[in-house]
Design a protein around this ligand. Structure first.
Ligand SMILES: NC(=O)c1ccc[n+]([C@@H]2O[C@H](COP(=O)([O-])OP(=O)(O)OC[C@H]3O[C@@H](n4cnc5c(N)ncnc54)[C@H](OP(=O)(O)O)[C@@H]3O)[C@@H](O)[C@H]2O)c1
Length: 397
């Protein structure tokens, strides 16, 4: 029975609250905190209506270590779940260190002024977390998160050596808007408008945004254009998967999405630097976020499925083998259960499972860890029980 403090009452936060409440045997006490108390109030009411369960709520500015420390001392959680934005990772990690509290997040730290994703600054906490006797679990969403666990599971049960990994992320959902993003628009657009990067023979190879394209036939969805992007889980997987020679990440985008994005980029709307507008300063991408549909409101309108998985090739007993491990999630089913579309659902469920692994002691070790560093089996079992069942196909010829 564990006390949890969840920070960030956004799209993903909503799913995490639902799943924590559904797992009351593990999570005996839940506090939801966010920048705006009214965001928390909506979910507090939803938990009463749906489950008859009361959760506590609180206001906190997670950019302030002092405010966080004060809140953590008041709530005394066993673990803090950071479901706010990647900008808050370091302040929340610092507050957890000061209060000696376990930490979990779903995305690696990003500085608001540089669209760069790397684990360096979070990994730098490893020794201090170890000395303090606390654990940080990094990237417990779907990708990163489940994709890391999929790789660890394949390595453990299907391969002696994995040589290549392709992570394949398809959102086959349609929300009916000409243009919208499925999670925080600022974070999403920064990610997809950056240069692509993949790793081969020990080196990172940089590509222009959307330069490399392939068509993949996604089970239960069909053939989709898939573009090579840089994605953060590759940074830890290259360190932890034995014998790896190449790893790439592909995500599907429709033509309309790409045309809108190119146009917004061409006129400067994806800029992350402040500009002067009518005497006040604005950041273009933040203004664009104000104009775009709130991802939280997409759930009801979104139909179709997501399919995220991993294709690995390598050796087993001296023979070349290849496996495809994936999950399919239905937007409408996710909405029925949690009032959220599948992109939030596929992130929020693994965040709760990560916390469950920690609170039940199945994954517990002092220091800062990525998902593939733990035994994948109990996590894989929970995916099947908690709404994200997985499938494995043998692609070996
Ligand atoms: N690993 C994966 O598979 C994956 C996939 C998708 C998203 N993600 C990550 O999940 C996280 C949440 O994404 P989302 O789509 O839920 O974003 P979102 O809807 O924008 O929600 C983020 C919430 O964080 C709160 N927040 C922002 N700044 C804050 C601050 N300084 N102090 C306290 N609260 C603050 C906001 O609260 P208020 O409403 O109170 O202002 C907002 O509701 C992001 O880090 C994202 O990168 C991971």
């Amino acid at each position: 029975m564990s006390k949890v403090l969840l920070i960030g009452a956004g799209g993903v936060g909503r799913v995490v609250v639902h799943k924590l409440v559904q797992n009351k045997d593990t999570f005996s006490h839940i506090t939801l905190a966010s920048r705006r108390l009214e965001s928390c109030q909506v979910y507090q009411d939803e938990m009463i209506t749906r489950y008859g369960v009361h959760i506590d709520i609180a206001q906190v500015d997670a950019d302030s270590v002092d405010e966080l420390v004060e809140l953590i001392k008041k709530v005394e959680p066993d673990v803090v779940l950071n479901i706010a934005l990647p900008y808050q990772d370091l302040t929340i990690m610092e507050a957890c260190l000061i209060t000696k509290t376990h930490y979990l997040d779903t995305a690696n730290y990003e500085h608001p002024d540089t669209a760069k994703f790397e684990y360096k600054e979070q990994w730098a906490y490893h020794d201090r977390y170890k000395d303090a006797g606390i654990m940080a679990l990094l990237g417990s969403g779907f990708d990163p998160g489940v994709t890391n666990v999929f790789c660890a599971y394949l390595q453990k049960h299907y391969f002696d050596e994995i040589h290549t990994i392709d992570i394949l992320d398809c959102n086959g959902g349609d929300h009916g808007y000409p243009f919208a993003t499925n999670f925080n628009p600022e974070i999403n657009l920064r990610e997809v408008s950056s240069n692509g990067r993949y790793w081969e023979d020990g080196e990172w190879i940089e590509t222009k945004p959307m330069e490399i394209k392939m068509v993949w036939d996604y089970p239960q969805i069909g053939k989709k254009d898939s573009y090579l992007l840089y994605h953060e889980e590759m940074e830890s997987l290259v360190k932890h998967i034995k014998g790896l020679k190449r790893i790439r990440f592909f995500m599907t985008f429709g033509e309309s999405y790409l045309t809108h994005m190119k146009c917004l980029e061409n006129v400067g709307m994806l800029g992350i630097e402040e500009v002067e507008h009518n005497g006040c300063k604005i950041v273009p991408i933040q203004f664009l976020k104000t104009l775009l549909p709130d991802p939280k409101t997409l759930g009801e309108r979104t139909k179709g499925k997501t399919n995220i998985g991993v294709v690995a090739k390598g050796l087993k007993d001296g023979k070349e083998v290849s496996y495809y491990l994936y999950n399919v999630c239905d937007h409408q089913e996710a909405f029925k259960e949690t009032n959220s579309q599948a992109v939030s659902y596929t992130t929020g469920v693994p965040a709760m499972i990560g916390a469950k692994m920690m609170c039940e002691g199945k994954w517990m070790s002092d220091g800062v860890w990525n998902m593939e560093q733990f035994d994948p089996d109990p996590f894989m079992d929970e995916l099947n029980k908690q709404g994200l069942p997985w499938h494995i196909e043998n692609l070996s010829s």
